[in-house]
Design a protein around this ligand. Structure first.
Ligand code: SF4
Length: 646
């Protein structure tokens, strides 16, 4: 089905069984060798042929934070040994990413001032780095060389030099951060000197024949950076300098152009890599080019390879979401793949802090030892316990899958006509079409696991009385807000507003500005004639949306003309709109033809009360257990835990 993907390839001397590389992800559990080994082992067993580790800092100064491994130190050696054994036992290869954060390092990690080509303030790490002097540059090159030598000695199959995403090597290459006027900077050619010197130092340390991948920025997408042509030129120099593959990254942490968010269309960045590949081919270089970012299905990889845009595709988050994406696709069953929805909530957002990375749609990710899988699911007999799950939103879907995987016979009841719960709302929001993929996945996976799905059935105690246990995953209800004067204008809760979005009037006031309100505003703003005002009592629009996505969504709302008012208090509804109580005693009218209340949620506890009264054993999960701080990450995770707890 995917002939170009499943054609073997080669990176230097390394034979790779197919054209998908599992890209580098910092996981925040690198310092837990058994967890790291289990995580990689499952992906290797699921078909990954070549895995690139999260970045290992070449020295303490280059560490990206307290959870980063530092080459040469004991935790690094222990993690490397465990990961190598696990990956090699599964028949796959492991490349070590050599990393130096430069001005993206945090002084607090080791008490070292971040170092960079020039003293240019970093809005990401909130640090003013020291400009490296010549000796410092030489010392850093030696650290790259030493880390590379150690990678080879430990048994890694390749190394990847991290030269993109705004880290040190990229900082030297970019006019945005390299303000030097010496042999390491001053013009585009001299800014190539450090990346090439790192490649040369690494090559010198590992010798010829050991695969060296260079992760190169294709376009920095930050103010002050040179044109992307500079990187096309650098790609040629790196190919001539002995790189065995060029893996093309896009954007920096400080970029204000979205690169990996759900709103970025699939394959957006492939032309950048294709251009580099074309240039290299024109110059007679055969070095393979790897495309990355926003390629999240094997079908998309196949199309890019078939079009000769790239030679390999790097996929990272899709292998968090489904460790068997490659094996399933190779077996002709891409319909069984649990697709990454680019929410970033349990992966990138966590990797920016210190919480262990997981995956919203696959809460087993990173916790493979706590939740081992059994393939195939355990067989059932007449004596198999029979459980029911009420509610087919995220928590209920995951609970049903977990129960069935544990060998329990499961009936899943949902009062709506289809499964998905709040994902059914989300998938109509601009940029969130992939949320429908989660519904597609469970609609295939649950029947495969033997779960019997009953939609359009409001299951109460009568229906559920014959089951040995019930998981109550009936979710949340919109919080009601009493607005004086509500009779003057149509007032909708967010559920109703999603259902009649296209038919809503022109001027809309949305009370509340959390994730659901923002999603709704984004959807409604698709109709350009609309005048939308988001109103929040607190100070933060989009509270609860992860840091990697919030700014991008707010940027989209601003450009769509959505007004956002914070610190406001809604006083009353009038025929002309919503009156806000002004702080100085001066009321303010927000003109509106209708009001939408999206001011949070409350537990839907009615089923749980009914089950308790009937004496039916049950467990409440997700929003049915507690609406406070509820998000989909927690709902999926609780669904998994409840299903495995029986
Ligand atoms: Fe993809 Fe979201 Fe999972 Fe990250 S948390 S891998 S973005 S689905």
């Amino acid at each position: 089905q995917f002939p170009h993907v499943f054609a073997p390839g080669r990176i230097g001397t390394l034979e790779v069984p197919h054209r998908i590389i599992m890209g580098s992800m910092h996981l925040n559990f690198e310092q837990d060798p058994p967890a790291l080994a289990s995580f990689y082992a499952e992906r290797a067993a699921g078909g990954a042929g070549l895995i690139v580790t999260g970045g290992a800092a070449v020295n303490r100064e280059g560490s990206g934070g307290p959870t980063y491994l530092v080459a040469g130190e004991v935790p690094f050696r222990e993690a490397a040994a465990a990961a190598l054994e696990a990956v090699h036992n599964a028949g796959a290869k492991l490349a070590l990413q050599l990393f130096h954060a430069g001005r993206y390092a945090f002084e607090s990690t080791y008490g070292l001032q971040p170092a960079a080509p020039s003293a240019v303030w970093s809005a990401y790490s909130k640090a003013m780095p020291a400009a490296m002097d010549e000796e410092h540059v030489r010392r850093t090159l030696a650290a790259f060389a030493a880390a590379a030598a150690q990678a080879r000695e430990l048994g890694f199959d390749a190394v990847e030099i991290m030269g993109s995403e705004g880290y040190l090597v990229n900082q030297f290459a970019s006019a945005a951060t390299n303000r030097r006027d010496d042999s390491w900077g001053g013009d585009a050619l001299r800014r190539q000197a450090f990346p090439l010197a790192v490649l040369s130092a690494v090559r010198g340390a590992v010798g010829t024949g050991f695969p060296v991948i260079f992760r190169l920025s294709g376009d920095d997408l930050v103010d002050g950076a040179g044109p992307p042509e500079e990187y096309v030129s650098l790609a040629g120099a790196l190919a001539a300098g002995g790189a065995d593959a060029l893996n093309i990254g896009i954007g920096w942490h400080e970029s204000r152009i979205p690169t990996v968010q759900a709103m970025v269309p699939h394959g957006t960045w492939l032309p950048v890599a294709a251009r580099i590949r074309q240039h290299l081919a024109g110059a007679g270089h055969t070095v393979p080019v790897i495309g990355s970012n926003r390629i999240n299905s094997v079908a998309q990889a196949e199309a890019a390879l078939a079009d000769r845009m790239v030679d390999f595709v790097s996929m990272a988050r899709p292998l968090l979401a489904d460790p068997r994406i490659i094996a399933k696709s190779a077996a002709g069953r891409p319909d069984l793949v649990n697709t990454c929805i680019a929410c970033n909530e349990a992966c990138i957002d966590r990797s920016l802090g210190t919480e262990p990375v997981s995956c919203l749609v696959n809460p087993r990710a990173g916790r493979e030892r706590a939740f081992p899988v059994s393939f195939p699911p355990r067989t059932r007999s007449a004596g198999t316990p029979r459980a029911a799950v009420a509610g087919a939103g995220p928590a209920g879907l995951q609970a049903a899958a977990a129960l069935a995987e544990a060998g329990i016979h499961v009936d899943l009841f949902e009062s709506a006509p289809g499964i998905g719960g709040q994902f059914r709302l989300a998938c109509v929001v601009p940029g969130k079409a992939d949320f429908a993929e989660t519904i597609r996945y469970f609609s295939r996976e649950l029947p495969r696991l033997g779960v019997e799905i009953h939609t359009g059935v409001l299951a109460g105690a009568e229906v559920l009385s014959g089951f040995s246990h019930v998981i109550d995953a009936t979710g949340v209800l919109p919080r009601t807000v009493r607005l004086p004067g509500a009779e003057y204008l149509p007032v909708y809760d967010y559920h109703e507003a999603f259902a009649v979005a296209a038919a809503l009037p022109r001027r809309l006031a949305i009370v509340g500005a959390g994730g659901i309100a923002v999603d709704l505003a984004h959807l409604l703003a698709e109709h350009r004639f609309r005048q939308i005002t988001l109103l929040r009592r607190g100070s933060r629009i989009g509270e609860g949306i992860g840091p990697s996505t919030r700014w991008a969504v707010l940027q989209a709302l601003r450009s769509a003309g959505v007004a956002m008012l914070t610190g406001v208090s809604c006083k009353e509804v009038t025929p002309r709109g919503l009156i806000l109580a002004g702080s100085g005693g001066q009321d303010e009218l927000v003109p509106a033809d209708a009001v939408i209340v999206a001011a949070g949620q409350v537990e839907n506890s009615s089923l749980s009360r009914e089950l308790a009264a009937a004496g039916i054993a049950h467990t409440s999960v997700g929003g049915a257990a507690s609406a406070a701080g509820l998000n989909a990450v927690r709902a999926f995770a609780e669904g998994l835990a409840s299903g495995r707890a029986l």
